[in-house]
Design a protein around this ligand. Structure first.
Ligand code: 5GP
Length: 174
């Protein structure tokens, strides 16, 4: 069986949208204490581009999360594999997520962060699959809404492969 990746969102489309998101965040967080919390591993590429598009002082921290095994179905269990390096009390948090699928991960992270007394918590996600929502989550800054397809590339993996693709694509087996 061979595998090919069909492009869903190309690199130029991603770059243009990430610039817009960055400008929007910069406008809204001017004169605030912005910290981007990057949810690893899938968000590392998006976050690297987004952070450079937010043209105001900010802090970046990382949170390691595991919600899937090697397959493509969510387990519903969110495991923290690496915690933040510093407290977020009094800061304005924007969680940077690659994709909101069932919403379980973001819902869990919002609950977790609220216990740490930040000034505010918002969500920036590159992709959203509303068809699969299990809990309602508000995505404050959203790149693209997509159909219910399993996507890879631009940081997103399938069994740890394809994270380095510069575009978002769908794996097809022929
Ligand atoms: P949720 O908790 O919203 O169901 O899932 C969030 C996490 O599941 C994402 O951060 C991502 O790691 C993974 N995920 C959900 N949908 C996809 C997908 O289409 N492709 C990949 N590679 N990961 C996905």
């Amino acid at each position: 069986m061979s595998e090919r990746i069909v492009t869903m969102i190309n690199a130029e489309q991603i770059a243009a949208r990430v610039k817009e998101l960055g400008a929007e965040i910069a406008r809204e967080y001017k004169d605030r204490n912005l910290v981007l919390i990057v949810v690893l591993k899938g968000s590392f590429v998006f976050a690297a581009d987004l952070a450079r598009a937010v043209d105001i002082p900010l802090r970046v921290d990382f949170l390691g999360v595991r919600s899937y095994g090697e397959g493509t179905e969510t387990s519903g269990v969110v495991q923290i594999t690496q915690d933040l390096s510093r407290p977020i009390a009094g800061e304005d948090v924007v969680i940077v997520e690659d994709i909101v699928d069932t919403g379980l991960t973001i819902a869990h992270l919002m609950d977790l962060f609220r216990t740490r007394a930040p000034r505010s918590v918002k969500v920036c996600a590159l992709l959203h699959k509303p068809a699969r929502a299990k809990v309602a989550v508000k995505v404050d800054y959203l790149g693209f809404t997509i159909d219910d397809k399993f996507v890879v590339g631009y940081g997103l993996d399938f069994a740890e492969k394809h994270r380095n693709l510069p575009f978002i694509g769908v794996v097809e087996r022929t």
